[in-house]
Design a protein around this ligand. Structure first.
Ligand code: KG4
Ligand code: ZN
Length: 327
Protein backbone atom coordinates (compact mmCIF):
# COMPACT_ATOMS: atom_id res chain seq x y z
CA UNK A 1 0.00 0.00 0.00
CA UNK A 2 1.40 3.41 -1.00
CA UNK A 3 0.58 6.09 1.55
CA UNK A 4 1.04 9.82 1.22
CA UNK A 5 1.96 11.48 4.54
CA UNK A 6 1.46 15.18 5.31
CA UNK A 7 2.92 16.92 8.37
CA UNK A 8 1.93 20.52 9.17
CA UNK A 9 1.73 20.68 12.97
CA UNK A 10 4.15 23.57 13.45
CA UNK A 11 6.70 25.32 11.25
CA UNK A 12 7.79 22.58 8.85
CA UNK A 13 5.78 21.33 5.89
CA UNK A 14 6.68 17.67 5.41
CA UNK A 15 5.45 15.34 2.70
CA UNK A 16 6.45 11.71 2.10
CA UNK A 17 5.34 8.52 0.39
CA UNK A 18 5.69 5.24 2.25
CA UNK A 19 5.11 1.90 0.56
CA UNK A 20 4.29 -0.95 2.95
CA UNK A 21 6.16 -3.38 0.63
CA UNK A 22 9.12 -1.24 -0.42
CA UNK A 23 9.60 1.22 2.44
CA UNK A 24 10.07 4.96 2.14
CA UNK A 25 9.93 6.02 -1.51
CA UNK A 26 10.42 9.78 -1.23
CA UNK A 27 10.23 12.63 1.24
CA UNK A 28 10.40 16.42 1.03
CA UNK A 29 10.50 19.13 3.65
CA UNK A 30 10.06 22.86 3.59
CA UNK A 31 11.17 24.65 6.74
CA UNK A 32 9.60 28.02 7.63
CA UNK A 33 12.38 28.79 10.12
CA UNK A 34 13.76 31.75 8.15
CA UNK A 35 10.28 33.35 8.02
CA UNK A 36 9.70 33.06 11.78
CA UNK A 37 13.28 33.92 12.82
CA UNK A 38 12.73 37.67 12.59
CA UNK A 39 9.89 37.38 15.13
CA UNK A 40 11.98 35.26 17.54
CA UNK A 41 9.48 32.37 17.46
CA UNK A 42 6.72 30.73 15.44
CA UNK A 43 3.88 33.09 14.43
CA UNK A 44 0.90 30.69 14.15
CA UNK A 45 -1.04 32.64 11.50
CA UNK A 46 2.02 32.95 9.26
CA UNK A 47 2.69 29.23 9.73
CA UNK A 48 -0.83 28.29 8.56
CA UNK A 49 -0.64 30.58 5.52
CA UNK A 50 2.71 29.17 4.48
CA UNK A 51 1.50 25.57 4.82
CA UNK A 52 -1.36 26.50 2.44
CA UNK A 53 1.24 27.70 -0.09
CA UNK A 54 3.62 24.77 0.32
CA UNK A 55 1.67 21.54 0.71
CA UNK A 56 0.48 20.91 -2.86
CA UNK A 57 3.75 21.86 -4.61
CA UNK A 58 5.59 19.57 -2.17
CA UNK A 59 3.13 16.75 -2.88
CA UNK A 60 3.80 17.15 -6.61
CA UNK A 61 7.58 17.18 -6.09
CA UNK A 62 7.47 14.15 -3.80
CA UNK A 63 5.36 12.22 -6.34
CA UNK A 64 7.89 13.14 -9.05
CA UNK A 65 10.79 11.95 -6.84
CA UNK A 66 9.00 8.62 -6.38
CA UNK A 67 8.17 8.53 -10.12
CA UNK A 68 4.51 8.25 -9.29
CA UNK A 69 1.27 9.90 -10.23
CA UNK A 70 -1.43 11.08 -7.88
CA UNK A 71 -3.53 8.08 -8.95
CA UNK A 72 -0.91 5.69 -7.49
CA UNK A 73 -1.65 6.87 -3.95
CA UNK A 74 -3.74 4.34 -2.02
CA UNK A 75 -4.10 6.13 1.30
CA UNK A 76 -3.41 9.50 2.91
CA UNK A 77 -2.08 10.16 6.43
CA UNK A 78 -1.94 13.56 8.08
CA UNK A 79 -0.92 14.94 11.46
CA UNK A 80 -4.15 15.47 13.39
CA UNK A 81 -2.45 16.86 16.53
CA UNK A 82 -1.06 17.96 18.84
CA UNK A 83 0.17 21.25 17.36
CA UNK A 84 -0.94 24.70 16.22
CA UNK A 85 -4.62 24.52 15.37
CA UNK A 86 -4.49 26.58 12.13
CA UNK A 87 -1.44 24.69 10.88
CA UNK A 88 -3.06 21.34 11.70
CA UNK A 89 -6.32 22.28 10.01
CA UNK A 90 -4.46 23.23 6.84
CA UNK A 91 -2.78 19.83 6.53
CA UNK A 92 -5.89 17.94 7.61
CA UNK A 93 -8.20 19.65 5.13
CA UNK A 94 -5.80 19.24 2.20
CA UNK A 95 -5.13 15.59 3.10
CA UNK A 96 -8.81 14.82 3.52
CA UNK A 97 -9.73 16.55 0.25
CA UNK A 98 -7.02 14.67 -1.66
CA UNK A 99 -8.22 11.36 -0.21
CA UNK A 100 -11.81 12.17 -1.03
CA UNK A 101 -10.90 13.18 -4.60
CA UNK A 102 -8.85 10.01 -5.09
CA UNK A 103 -11.45 7.79 -3.44
CA UNK A 104 -8.90 6.39 -0.94
CA UNK A 105 -8.97 6.23 2.88
CA UNK A 106 -7.39 8.89 5.07
CA UNK A 107 -6.20 8.67 8.64
CA UNK A 108 -5.20 11.29 11.23
CA UNK A 109 -1.92 10.51 13.00
CA UNK A 110 -0.71 11.59 16.45
CA UNK A 111 2.40 13.71 15.92
CA UNK A 112 4.23 12.12 18.87
CA UNK A 113 3.44 8.61 17.67
CA UNK A 114 5.04 9.69 14.40
CA UNK A 115 8.21 10.80 16.24
CA UNK A 116 8.21 7.64 18.31
CA UNK A 117 8.08 5.41 15.24
CA UNK A 118 10.64 7.41 13.19
CA UNK A 119 13.54 5.04 14.09
CA UNK A 120 11.53 2.27 12.37
CA UNK A 121 12.43 3.94 9.05
CA UNK A 122 16.14 3.20 9.55
CA UNK A 123 18.07 0.20 8.29
CA UNK A 124 18.32 -1.49 11.68
CA UNK A 125 14.97 -0.73 13.26
CA UNK A 126 14.47 -1.57 16.94
CA UNK A 127 12.58 -4.69 17.88
CA UNK A 128 9.72 -4.38 20.33
CA UNK A 129 9.33 -3.91 23.23
CA UNK A 130 11.26 -0.70 23.91
CA UNK A 131 11.23 2.48 25.94
CA UNK A 132 11.02 5.71 23.93
CA UNK A 133 12.40 9.09 24.96
CA UNK A 134 10.45 11.77 23.11
CA UNK A 135 12.25 15.10 23.36
CA UNK A 136 11.03 17.95 21.21
CA UNK A 137 10.17 21.62 21.47
CA UNK A 138 6.70 20.76 22.75
CA UNK A 139 7.17 17.49 24.66
CA UNK A 140 9.52 15.60 26.91
CA UNK A 141 8.28 12.15 27.82
CA UNK A 142 9.34 8.59 28.46
CA UNK A 143 7.00 5.96 27.05
CA UNK A 144 6.98 2.21 27.45
CA UNK A 145 6.06 0.56 24.14
CA UNK A 146 5.21 -3.14 24.49
CA UNK A 147 3.80 -3.09 20.95
CA UNK A 148 2.95 -0.53 18.28
CA UNK A 149 -0.23 1.28 19.25
CA UNK A 150 0.14 0.57 22.98
CA UNK A 151 1.86 3.43 24.78
CA UNK A 152 2.31 3.70 28.56
CA UNK A 153 3.65 7.03 29.72
CA UNK A 154 6.34 6.46 32.36
CA UNK A 155 7.05 10.14 32.92
CA UNK A 156 6.80 13.56 31.33
CA UNK A 157 7.69 17.18 31.88
CA UNK A 158 5.56 18.92 34.47
CA UNK A 159 6.39 22.29 32.85
CA UNK A 160 8.65 23.21 29.88
CA UNK A 161 9.82 20.69 27.31
CA UNK A 162 13.59 20.17 26.99
CA UNK A 163 13.64 21.79 23.53
CA UNK A 164 11.70 24.76 24.86
CA UNK A 165 14.31 25.20 27.63
CA UNK A 166 17.07 25.06 24.99
CA UNK A 167 15.28 27.66 22.87
CA UNK A 168 14.53 30.00 25.80
CA UNK A 169 18.08 29.83 27.19
CA UNK A 170 19.42 30.54 23.70
CA UNK A 171 17.03 33.46 23.26
CA UNK A 172 17.93 35.16 26.55
CA UNK A 173 21.60 35.07 25.48
CA UNK A 174 20.68 36.72 22.18
CA UNK A 175 20.79 33.71 19.85
CA UNK A 176 18.41 33.48 16.92
CA UNK A 177 15.34 31.23 16.75
CA UNK A 178 15.29 28.25 17.04
CA UNK A 179 18.14 28.45 19.51
CA UNK A 180 18.54 24.75 20.41
CA UNK A 181 20.96 23.79 17.63
CA UNK A 182 22.78 27.17 17.87
CA UNK A 183 23.22 26.75 21.63
CA UNK A 184 24.59 23.23 21.08
CA UNK A 185 27.06 24.62 18.53
CA UNK A 186 28.15 27.36 20.92
CA UNK A 187 28.62 24.80 23.72
CA UNK A 188 31.42 23.23 21.66
CA UNK A 189 33.52 26.34 22.54
CA UNK A 190 32.54 26.14 26.24
CA UNK A 191 35.05 25.31 28.97
CA UNK A 192 33.90 22.51 31.29
CA UNK A 193 33.42 23.33 34.97
CA UNK A 194 33.02 27.10 34.64
CA UNK A 195 29.39 26.97 35.75
CA UNK A 196 27.41 24.32 37.58
CA UNK A 197 23.72 23.92 36.76
CA UNK A 198 21.29 21.78 38.79
CA UNK A 199 19.90 18.45 37.53
CA UNK A 200 16.19 19.03 38.23
CA UNK A 201 14.10 16.31 39.88
CA UNK A 202 16.74 13.57 39.67
CA UNK A 203 16.60 12.99 43.44
CA UNK A 204 12.85 12.46 43.32
CA UNK A 205 11.44 9.03 42.47
CA UNK A 206 9.79 8.48 39.10
CA UNK A 207 10.50 9.58 35.57
CA UNK A 208 8.94 13.06 35.42
CA UNK A 209 10.97 16.06 34.29
CA UNK A 210 10.98 19.77 35.04
CA UNK A 211 12.97 22.17 32.87
CA UNK A 212 11.53 25.60 33.65
CA UNK A 213 13.88 26.03 36.65
CA UNK A 214 16.90 25.52 34.40
CA UNK A 215 15.74 28.33 32.16
CA UNK A 216 15.50 30.66 35.20
CA UNK A 217 18.92 29.45 36.35
CA UNK A 218 20.29 30.32 32.89
CA UNK A 219 18.82 33.81 33.14
CA UNK A 220 20.36 34.64 36.53
CA UNK A 221 23.68 33.02 35.56
CA UNK A 222 23.79 35.08 32.35
CA UNK A 223 22.81 38.31 34.16
CA UNK A 224 25.52 37.77 36.79
CA UNK A 225 28.22 36.98 34.21
CA UNK A 226 30.34 39.51 32.31
CA UNK A 227 28.40 38.48 29.19
CA UNK A 228 31.42 37.90 26.97
CA UNK A 229 31.27 35.42 24.10
CA UNK A 230 33.29 33.01 26.25
CA UNK A 231 30.75 33.34 29.11
CA UNK A 232 28.00 32.59 26.63
CA UNK A 233 29.77 29.43 25.45
CA UNK A 234 30.56 28.33 29.03
CA UNK A 235 26.92 28.80 30.09
CA UNK A 236 25.71 27.01 26.95
CA UNK A 237 27.92 24.05 27.83
CA UNK A 238 26.86 23.94 31.51
CA UNK A 239 23.20 24.18 30.49
CA UNK A 240 23.52 21.47 27.85
CA UNK A 241 25.34 19.15 30.26
CA UNK A 242 22.57 19.62 32.84
CA UNK A 243 19.81 18.76 30.34
CA UNK A 244 21.73 15.79 28.94
CA UNK A 245 22.57 14.40 32.41
CA UNK A 246 18.97 14.77 33.54
CA UNK A 247 17.62 13.01 30.45
CA UNK A 248 20.26 10.28 30.85
CA UNK A 249 19.39 9.61 34.50
CA UNK A 250 15.67 9.40 33.77
CA UNK A 251 16.18 7.14 30.74
CA UNK A 252 18.24 4.75 32.86
CA UNK A 253 15.50 4.76 35.47
CA UNK A 254 12.73 4.23 32.90
CA UNK A 255 14.54 1.24 31.36
CA UNK A 256 14.95 -0.31 34.82
CA UNK A 257 11.37 0.39 35.80
CA UNK A 258 9.91 -1.09 32.60
CA UNK A 259 12.45 -3.93 32.49
CA UNK A 260 13.47 -3.06 28.92
CA UNK A 261 16.82 -3.33 27.15
CA UNK A 262 16.11 -1.07 24.17
CA UNK A 263 15.79 2.71 24.09
CA UNK A 264 14.45 4.69 21.16
CA UNK A 265 15.19 8.42 21.05
CA UNK A 266 13.05 10.73 18.96
CA UNK A 267 12.09 14.38 18.56
CA UNK A 268 14.16 17.45 17.70
CA UNK A 269 16.43 17.38 20.77
CA UNK A 270 17.37 13.84 19.71
CA UNK A 271 19.56 15.59 17.13
CA UNK A 272 21.80 16.82 19.98
CA UNK A 273 25.20 15.18 19.67
CA UNK A 274 26.08 15.37 23.38
CA UNK A 275 22.79 13.63 24.22
CA UNK A 276 23.45 10.95 21.61
CA UNK A 277 26.96 10.29 22.92
CA UNK A 278 25.82 10.12 26.54
CA UNK A 279 22.84 7.81 25.88
CA UNK A 280 25.11 5.50 23.89
CA UNK A 281 26.85 4.67 27.22
CA UNK A 282 23.64 3.19 28.69
CA UNK A 283 23.52 -0.52 29.32
CA UNK A 284 20.93 -0.86 26.55
CA UNK A 285 20.67 -0.83 22.79
CA UNK A 286 19.95 2.75 21.77
CA UNK A 287 18.26 3.69 18.50
CA UNK A 288 18.15 7.14 16.92
CA UNK A 289 16.50 8.17 13.69
CA UNK A 290 18.73 9.97 11.16
CA UNK A 291 19.07 13.68 11.99
CA UNK A 292 16.49 14.75 9.38
CA UNK A 293 13.92 12.42 10.95
CA UNK A 294 14.58 13.63 14.53
CA UNK A 295 12.93 16.94 13.75
CA UNK A 296 9.47 17.22 12.19
CA UNK A 297 9.05 15.45 8.87
CA UNK A 298 6.45 13.83 6.63
CA UNK A 299 8.12 10.39 6.55
CA UNK A 300 7.20 9.54 10.14
CA UNK A 301 3.56 10.49 9.47
CA UNK A 302 3.40 8.47 6.25
CA UNK A 303 4.86 5.49 8.14
CA UNK A 304 2.58 5.70 11.19
CA UNK A 305 -0.44 6.24 8.92
CA UNK A 306 0.53 3.33 6.65
CA UNK A 307 0.54 0.97 9.65
CA UNK A 308 -2.92 2.17 10.62
CA UNK A 309 -4.35 1.98 7.11
CA UNK A 310 -2.78 -1.43 6.52
CA UNK A 311 -4.49 -2.64 9.70
CA UNK A 312 -7.78 -1.51 8.17
CA UNK A 313 -8.24 1.82 9.93
CA UNK A 314 -10.80 4.05 8.29
CA UNK A 315 -12.32 7.34 9.29
CA UNK A 316 -15.53 8.98 8.10
CA UNK A 317 -15.02 11.79 5.58
CA UNK A 318 -14.84 14.42 8.29
CA UNK A 319 -11.68 15.52 10.04
CA UNK A 320 -10.77 16.78 13.41
CA UNK A 321 -7.58 18.56 14.41
CA UNK A 322 -6.63 18.52 18.08
CA UNK A 323 -4.21 21.17 19.34
CA UNK A 324 -3.97 19.11 22.56
CA UNK A 325 -4.11 15.35 22.35
CA UNK A 326 -2.74 12.89 24.90
CA UNK A 327 -0.66 10.08 23.36
O1 KG4 B 1 10.55 17.72 16.98
P1 KG4 B 1 10.77 19.15 16.60
O2 KG4 B 1 11.31 19.46 15.23
O3 KG4 B 1 9.48 19.99 16.74
C1 KG4 B 1 8.55 19.82 17.76
O4 KG4 B 1 7.66 18.94 17.59
O5 KG4 B 1 8.73 20.51 18.77
O6 KG4 B 1 11.76 19.74 17.74
C2 KG4 B 1 12.23 21.05 17.70
C3 KG4 B 1 13.04 21.31 18.94
C4 KG4 B 1 13.42 22.78 19.11
O7 KG4 B 1 13.19 23.15 20.46
C5 KG4 B 1 14.90 22.81 18.78
O8 KG4 B 1 15.61 23.85 19.39
C6 KG4 B 1 15.34 21.45 19.29
O9 KG4 B 1 14.28 20.58 18.92
N1 KG4 B 1 16.62 21.03 18.70
C7 KG4 B 1 17.77 20.87 19.40
C8 KG4 B 1 18.77 20.48 18.47
N2 KG4 B 1 18.18 20.40 17.23
C9 KG4 B 1 16.87 20.72 17.39
N3 KG4 B 1 18.02 21.04 20.71
C10 KG4 B 1 19.29 20.80 21.13
N4 KG4 B 1 20.30 20.43 20.31
C11 KG4 B 1 20.09 20.24 18.98
N5 KG4 B 1 21.08 19.86 18.19
ZN1 ZN C 1 7.74 17.33 16.45
Amino acid sequence: MRVLGIETSCDETGVAIYDTDHGLLAHRLFSQIAMHAEYGGVVPELASRDHVRRVLPLVRETLADAQMNMGDIQGVAYTAGPGLIGALLTGASIARSLAWGLGVPAVGVHHMEGHLLAPMLEENPPELPFVALLVSGGHTMLVDVPRIGEYHILGESVDDAAGEAFDKTAKLMGLDYPGGPLLAKLAEQGRPGQYKFPRPMVDRPGCDFSFSGLKTFSLTTWQNSTQTLQDKADIALAFEEAVVDTLFIKCRRALEQAGRKRLVVAGGVGANQRLRAKLATLNAQVYFPRLAFCTDNGAMIAYAGALRLQAGASEPAVFQARPRWPL
